[in-house]
Design a protein around this ligand. Structure first.
Ligand SMILES: Cc1cc2nc3c(=O)[nH]c(=O)nc-3n(C[C@H](O)[C@H](O)[C@H](O)COP(=O)(O)OP(=O)(O)OC[C@H]3O[C@@H](n4cnc5c(N)ncnc54)[C@H](O)[C@@H]3O)c2cc1C
Length: 373
């Protein structure tokens, strides 16, 4: 065997799983397409439900510059605003810093990495799995974790249902300097999309939006034109795009974002994070779910490696646990996303929520979980 466990993808889910497994005594190799540190398209608001756990892993979030966030503001495309105190809240920290810090923890703990290498294909054999890289190498592992994010070549190779259908969403991200209170996360709606802005380290704000591709098409394929003519209908976004100082020359852009249900065990691979299911970014806790799913999976895999669980018991238990912990959140997330994006619907929903603030709190609670430690 080249490793007891190979983890395909070294994002949050992959690195948390690797760290837990190595600390539990396993030999773990992470294969990651890119290197560290690097920028990622993400709103960079981390729900506090995973804060104590991340700190227990060894991350000093305060020292890394994490900014506490405790208030949510949602605006409609016409600019009507709803504000709500967040019960548990969260913190802002760039993926550049967060992922790199986790990588350093993993290396110090003995996780091995193969960087700038992609997993191209896996094949399940009797008692082990073969992992083929984009360089044509074949590595063997007793168990493989799929933590490669929202969509990868592996999904199409496995014929996963969502990967056979195109998705109409794309996302764009910047770091900006803009005058907004650090404790506030604002979610500004526009026709067929929404844009979040919240603080990260070093006095910067993360500005990240999800839009239907039809908006880009209407704008002749030009992102600046789309931002001016479609996002800019919302007066809050007009002010942000008109006055913020943009820290990158060009935005980071990703395509083909799918929120369709996925399976947590597929083709002999145990999926964690977005590879098992992506919650709509509107809910602001995809990272917490990725971290939590990796914790659950690594706990069960450690028991399997100690021969306390057979392979089929492991698969059965993980599937069940994943559904119990995340099933409702994903469903509510899809429902909430349906209420935003269409201008007229958003206006009605926000004016109703302004009259019944306790409902907003309940919806937020349904898409979040208890603190994990
Ligand atoms: C627009 C947008 C905004 C968001 N905002 C927020 C937010 O504010 N808060 C929040 O909590 N969540 C947010 N999310 C969700 C969050 O980004 C994800 O849920 C989280 O990153 C999932 O972590 P992961 O480890 O599963 O995947 P990732 O962090 O995407 O990591 C996957 C890793 O796998 C690597 N990889 C991919 N394919 C391969 C391969 N074949 N071989 C090897 N490596 C591979 C990638 O390079 C990557 O490093 C947002 C999502 C979107 C789309």
């Amino acid at each position: 065997m080249d490793a007891t466990v190979i983890v395909a993808g070294g994002g949050l889910a992959g690195m948390v799983a690797a760290l837990e497994l190595v600390r539990g005594g396993a030999d773990v190799l992470v294969i990651e397409k890119r290197g560290y540190p690097s920028y990622k398209v993400c709103g960079e608001y981390v729900s506090n439900e995973v804060r104590p756990y991340l700190e227990s892993l060894g991350l000093d979030l305060e020292m890394l510059g994490a900014v506490n966030i405790s208030t949510l503001s949602v605006t409609t495309p016409r600019g009507t605003e709803l504000t709500q105190t967040l019960d548990s809240g969260g913190f802002g920290l760039s993926r550049f810093v967060l992922d790199h810090s986790l990588y350093q923890l993993c290396v110090a703990a003995g996780v091995r990495f193969l960087l700038h290498t992609s997993v191209a294909k896996t094949e399940e054999k009797a008692g082990w799995t073969e992992v083929y890289t984009n360089y044509g190498d074949c590595l063997k592992a007793r168990l493989v974790i799929g933590a490669y994010g929202k969509r990868s070549v592996l999904d199409s190779r496995m014929g996963r249902d969502f990967a056979t259908r195109p998705s109409s969403y794309m996302a764009v991200k910047y770091h900006v300097e803009f005058d907004q209170p650090d404790a506030l996360i604002a979610l500004h709606n526009f026709e067929n999309g929404y844009c979040g802005i919240s603080a990260v380290e070093d006095g910067k704000k993360c500005l990240c939006y999800l839009t239907h591709r039809s908006n880009l098409k209407k704008s002749g394929g030009s992102i600046p034109k789309m931002e001016k003519e479609i996002l800019g209908v919302n007066p809050h976004l007009r002010r942000i795009f008109g006055t913020a100082r943009f820290c990158y020359e060009k935005p980071l852009v990703i395509n083909e974002i799918s929120f369709a249900p996925k399976s947590s065990v597929e083709n002999g691979l145990f999926m964690a994070g977005d590879a098992a299911g992506l919650i709509t970014p509107l809910c602001g806790n995809g990272m917490a779910m990725a971290i939590h799913s990796a914790k659950i999976l690594s706990g069960l895999v450690t028991r399997h490696l100690k021969e306390e669980l057979t392979g089929s018991e492991l698969a059965q238990l993980y599937r069940r646990r994943w559904q119990q912990v995340f099933g409702t959140r994903l469903r509510v997330g899809r429902m909430v996303q349906g209420a935003f994006g269409k201008s007229a619907v958003t206006e009605v929903v926000i004016s109703l929520l302004r009259q019944f603030p306790s409902i907003t709190g309940k919806i937020i609670a349904l898409t979040h979980g208890e603190d994990i430690r």
